[in-house]
Design a protein around this ligand. Structure first.
Ligand SMILES: NC(=O)c1ccc[n+]([C@@H]2O[C@H](COP(=O)([O-])OP(=O)(O)OC[C@H]3O[C@@H](n4cnc5c(N)ncnc54)[C@H](OP(=O)(O)O)[C@@H]3O)[C@@H](O)[C@H]2O)c1
Length: 258
């Protein structure tokens, strides 16, 4: 019997690649983002090529009522969600003091609030089912502080810690929580977050979104806890365990400078 995946931020980048992967594996979809026309095109393509049912929900997930509205709409349509993919997110490159508060407010709303709220709503709904899989998209930013992107890095640490803790708590419910930690990946993220200006993006290989999505998909299906994309990206979180924290922040600042 085919299952259903709900993916936030499915119009572009990693989320769109995940949508194609779920569909190619015969799963129905609920795709969420602000871009109605793009979602419609993806729906038509996937329904035609993969013979799956695709529902789209056009919404700004930064709205405080968004998670509840998405959940209610899914319930009203009698869609049973088996896989929840909290992927939508963005960053903002620049100094904390110069940034616009509205941007940070929206970032925290999207990267933290809606992800946590959606997870809470679906986990409560799944209680007793002894099934359910969650994929939360974090980042290699989760493993250390990130001067010049301080708020973004902190939001991704939140996602990693929340997901690992919930994965442990939810074992008895047979619900798995997987965290995907991509490094720099070719999507719209670099442009949206203005991160293309940083040394990090100029000096490291940029991963392919399809490969990153495939890693996340496989890890979720296997119920793995945390996966990091790319050999070099795995090295840093391991190495920094042995360094004093202030060195780690100093080195991160060097890498994040323009
Ligand atoms: N690319 C990287 O280098 C990289 C590295 C590490 C982690 N990540 C993480 O990977 C995830 C996916 O990012 P990406 O790289 O694929 O970026 P992307 O190409 O910019 O895609 C972001 C997705 O999020 C959606 N989105 C953004 N704001 C939204 C809002 N307010 N309401 C609803 N949907 C919204 C966008 O859809 P609409 O614009 O249509 O709403 C889009 O589908 C993010 O959580 C990001 O932090 C990315």
């Amino acid at each position: 019997m085919s299952k259903t995946a709900l993916i936030t931020g499915a119009s572009k980048g990693i989320g769109k690649e995940l949508a194609f992967l779920f569909a190619e594996n015969g799963h129905n979809l609920v795709l969420v983002s602000r871009s109605g026309e793009t979602l419609k095109e993806i729906k038509l393509e996937l329904e035609e090529t993969c013979s799956v049912v695709v529902n789209i929900l056009v919404t700004d997930l930064c709205d405080s009522a968004a998670a509840e509205a998405v959940f209610d709409e899914v319930k009203a349509k009698k869609i049973d969600v088996d896989y929840l993919v909290n992927n939508a997110g963005f960053g903002d490159y620049g100094t904390f003091v110069d940034a616009d508060w509205i941007c940070y407010d929206r970032m925290i709303a999207l990267n933290i609030n809606v992800l946590t709220h959606m997870t809470h709503l679906f986990v409560k709904d799944w209680r007793g089912r002894k099934a359910g899989k969650i994929l939360n998209v974090s980042s290699t930013a989760a493993f250390q502080p990130g001067p010049m992107m301080a708020v973004y890095f902190a939001t991704k640490s939140f996602v990693l810690h929340l997901s690992e803790a919930l994965g442990e708590e939810l074992k008895k419910e047979h619900i798995t929580v997987t965290t995907l930690c991509p490094g720099p990946t070719k999507t719209h993220f670099g442009e949206v977050s203005k991160m293309d200006a940083s040394q990090l993006v100029k000096n490291v290989p940029i991963a392919d979104a399809k490969e990153v999505a495939a890693l996340g998909y496989r890890a979720m299906m296997k119920g793995k806890a945390t996966v990091i994309h790319g050999g070099m990206n795995k090295l840093a979180p391991f190495a920094i365990r042995f360094l004093p924290r202030k060195w780690v922040t100093f080195l991160a600042a060097k890498i994040m400078q323009q």
